[in-house]
Design a protein around this ligand. Structure first.
Ligand code: GLU
Length: 504
């Protein structure tokens, strides 16, 4: 595929709710493919199903793509030569193409009511509207044109159905799946247009737009693979060249089989949406990667490797590196298990990559949200000291809190284990040492303490753990000398004396 010239791809979500993480991956692969070949990424909103339309979903999609750095070149929010890019605003266009199919005898009008269709299904359990049954139904093939006109005059709404010729081999070549081969007899005469809402169905709108928008590659989820033979027949009916198809494998549950669902996320405690979503009807809130403390680079890196690999053992890859390496040939045919721990691993990696300024800005944001005053503490130094211990951004506050708020209680188990009869005496020596060490920085502090401990024949572990308890309130936290240096001489001494006075 090295001869691909400036492909045009599209991400074409339906605004039926928050974008699922699988949809985000589809958008990402389209984007990487477009960028790899210097092509164009289009965003089109497929909102022809008014019953499933959810307010806020379109804005959510745009915000999510923007957060992840998936840039749109053309379409919603950007404009372009094929505007409008929202299908509900393209009715005139679809009407024209429906008319063309009708005029050419490749589609027909059907007047069957919902009740009549139900009755037929009850009568014939395997009923399908197709070449074997269409003449027994109410449509422009079975009725005279006078009868049709009378029905329309009486206000009976019609749908337009695609007239699928039976007995043809339909072969679709999929860039990931290889050949998909079916016999057209298994297809039904799909509804392409509904007069009642003057809108086409997904199938017609989708292929008309892909054609008009000069889409060269349709990269989308596996759930659309079964539609591809029908789409091929539609392209043929119009006499249009079909774009290349590439259907991406599913994202699978972390354990067991089946498609990753929101329920898996709720059960195992991870988001399946990029951003938090507030359901406009139920008010229910679904967690998002952004609000849970993931960095967009981590989400992108993690998703890129779920169903694609660079062909070598690289794991950490920036958007630029992914773009360079991406190819549809390396997309896997089989589903990718959603390994959530790996996602956290990537996030931790990218947190370690943040500059101390960026880390400090984030920590300050969390402090101020929680009404914690920075006081004299050097927040940039705190952020650097704790970053090793941070997997998700909100961990920062938990890890940093004790720097800003001196302990008022001490972990009881730790006290029992680490605060002995001779601890107060040892802490007096520690205080003496801290009062003289200069400069009051991590390395000299560490050296002075070690010297004092050796001179007094104390146990290193005993002294260090008791100090940690006094300074942090628990046996956790970063390197002890770093804690002392950041707290400063005065505050360190104060905390140790406080512990000696209050731990019994
Ligand atoms: N509107 C479809 C969806 O929401 C798009 C399918 C396609 O890309 O053709 O998934």
């Amino acid at each position: 595929m090295s001869d691909i010239k400036k492909p045009r791809v599209r991400f074409a979500p339906s605004p039926t709710g928050p974008l699922h993480i699988g949809g985000v991956r589809t958008a990402l692969y389209n984007y990487l493919f477009a960028r790899h070949f210097g092509g164009t990424m289009i965003l089109r909103i497929e909102d022809t199903d008014s019953k499933r339309f959810v307010p806020g979903a379109e804005a959510y999609i745009i915000e999510a793509l923007d957060w992840l750095g998936i840039e749109i070149d053309e379409g919603i929010g950007k404009g372009g030569p094929h505007a409008p890019y929202r299908q509900s605003e393209r009715r005139d266009i679809y009407r024209k193409y429906v008319g063309e199919l009708l005029a050419a005898g490749k589609a027909y009008k059907a007047y069957d009511t919902a009740e009549e269709l139900d009755a037929k299904r009850a009568e014939l359990p395997n009923f399908q509207y197709d070449a074997t049954t269409r003449l027994s139904m109410k449509n422009s093939l079975s009725l005279s044109s006078d009868e049709c006109a009378a029905l329309e005059k009486a206000g009976v709404p019609y749908v337009v159905r695609f007239k699928v010729d039976p007995g043809q081999e339909v072969v679709v070549n999929d860039l990931i799946r290889g050949e998909v081969r079916i016999n057209s007899s298994i297809l039904d005469d799909k509804v392409l247009y509904k007069q009642s809402d003057d809108l086409p169905t997904y199938h017609l709108a989708n292929i008309v737009d892909d054609h008009l928008m000069e889409v060269t590659h349709v990269i989308r989820g596996e759930e659309w693979l079964p539609s591809s033979p029908l789409h091929k027949l539609l392209y043929e009916a119009f006499g249009w060249q079909m774009p290349e198809f590439a259907h991406l494998s599913l994202l699978l549950k972390p354990e067991g089989n089946g498609k990753l669902s929101k329920r898996d996320g709720d059960r195992l405690g991870f988001p399946v949406f990029p951003l938090e979503w507030h359901d406009p009807v139920s008010g229910a809130i679904s967690s998002g990667y952004r609000e849970s403390g993931y960095l967009p680079q981590a989400v992108v890196n993690f998703l890129a490797l779920l169903g694609w690999n660079p062909g070598d053992d690289r794991e950490v890859m920036s958007m630029q590196e992914l773009t360079k390496a991406f190819s549809l040939e390396r997309c896997s045919k089989s589903g990718a298990k959603f390994d959530f721990e790996k996602g956290k691993w990537f996030n931790h990696y990218y947190i370690l990559e943040m500059s101390s300024d960026e880390l400090a800005t984030e920590l300050r944001r969390q402090l101020s949200l929680n009404g914690i005053n920075e006081g004299e503490i050097n927040t940039a130094a705190v952020a650097v000291a704790i970053k090793d211990r941070v997997k998700l951004l909100p961990d920062m506050l938990a890890e940093a809190r004790f720097f800003y708020e001196a302990p008022t209680t001490y972990d009881a188990k730790a006290v029992k284990k680490r605060w002995k009869e001779d601890t107060p005496l040892q802490m007096q020596e520690v205080v003496k040492t801290l009062q003289t060490v200069s400069p009051f920085e991590s390395e000299p502090i560490e050296a002075a303490l070690e010297e004092m401990i050796a001179a007094n024949n104390y146990s290193m572990g005993a002294v260090m753990n008791a100090m940690r308890l006094a300074l942090v309130g628990a046996l956790s936290g970063p390197h002890l000398a770093d804690i002392l240096a950041i707290l400063g001489r005065e505050e360190s001494v104060r905390r140790i004396e406080q512990a000696v006075a209050s731990i019994k």
